[in-house]
Design a protein around this ligand. Sequence first.
Ligand code: COA
Length: 449
Amino acid sequence: MDIPFDVLSSLCDEFKKYNYIDPSDFTRYHVKRGLRNEDGSGVMVGLTRVCSVRGYVIDDGERVAVPGLLSYRGIDINDILDGAEQDDRFGFEEVIWLLLFGSLPSREKLDWFRGVLADARELPPYFAEDMIIKAPSRNIMNKLGRSVLALYSYDDDPDSTNLENVLRQCIELIARMPAIMSYAYQVKRRHYDGKSMFFHPLDANHSIAECILSSIRPDRAFTDLEAKTLDRCLMLHADHGGGNNSTFTARVLSSTGSDTYAAISAAIGSLKGPRHGGANIKALEMAEDIAAHVKNPADDGQLADYLTHILRKEAFDGTGLIYGMGHAVYTLSDPRAIRIKKMARALCTEGKLAERLALLEAVERVTPQLLASRRGSEKPICANVDLYSGLVYSALNIPVDLFTPIFAVSRIAGWCAHRIEEITTNGKIIRPAYKAVWEKQIYRPLNER
Ligand code: COA
């Protein structure tokens, strides 16, 4: 039986009596709220050779905004994407290699690694029947997390954290994520949406992007442009430094000596949040909401009025957030957003897609000024990767249910690289501190309360 509303309401009242923390205490006790320094920069908690994210430089002790730069293993993400585009080839598998091992693969190594990934794609016998079909979930991120955790039971050596074992687990998980995602989606369609379910076998010759498209479409058909566009999105989302919330989550769990399945499922749970990867769904929902409430979204004044309602928590989802805007590190620009916006402009040229693109571009144009005057802060704010990615996925006919899961299918490469780095180079349990700010209580026996 569900807990009745009046019971919950009195439990909430009970909670509120004893759980207030004065916001000024954070400043008083010099708390690094959100693990940020006073100037908004992140607290330095580790060293990495995997990935770097730059949005500002410190000059004479001052934070100076610079155009965003994302590098995998020291190579600018734009160069990696340009390389794949110039050769007109798929690039996500190359990025996985680069992140896991540290340098660009030769053609021979890349071909061999593609085969290793394809061979590892198959899910264990009866896994789909027992773990995916039997326990559907409305939310594919939830199902991804549960499935990754369940794979522990199918592993003969789940707990050993030696390099060989963790690499095996990581490669298997990276290879299996697309099938888990698309099967979970099929079951969700059947169970919750009353639609047909189809489990296409995966083609060993397909790249990961092609696998995804062929497995989610009833007729398995896709164009080369669609597959290459998705591939570029996977390349762009594959890592974002050790401090992004989901990767840090994977590192926190890894620092305890816990197993790969626990660390990766926790990272999936983190990415699901609407301030993190879940923002790609929210950004498109927000665009729909704006289109429904603003008579002429092309008029910046009308749009600004509605966005102000959103910021005041009076409209859309009541959180006060304009999704797809802002970033903890980037200031002037997010290099991923620039690339994805270019893809959106190429794909969304007519009809509703073109309208939504124009609306999101207007959100990008109008929001920085609104936020700056609300926050009274000089920190520039830019569009982030999630503003346009959902639109690009819509143009590829990818259902909304899969927007954040596709992010996970890509980001697992980074999670794994950081988990391996945490295990092999850190060796210290991550354990920050919390200051208790309570009035002392004494224990009273039950009959004296
Ligand atoms: N809408 C409303 N408020 C925003 C905002 C946005 N898009 N972006 C930043 N802010 C607020 C923050 O919540 C923060 O408020 P606080 O001081 O009361 O905590 C303040 O502005 C300063 O933020 P900043 O330090 O620049 O960023 P952050 O690290 O606190 O937050 C995000 C980063 C990404 C969580 C934030 O920009 C956000 O919530 N964006 C919308 C969700 C989103 O698109 N997420 C995807 C990120 S890739």
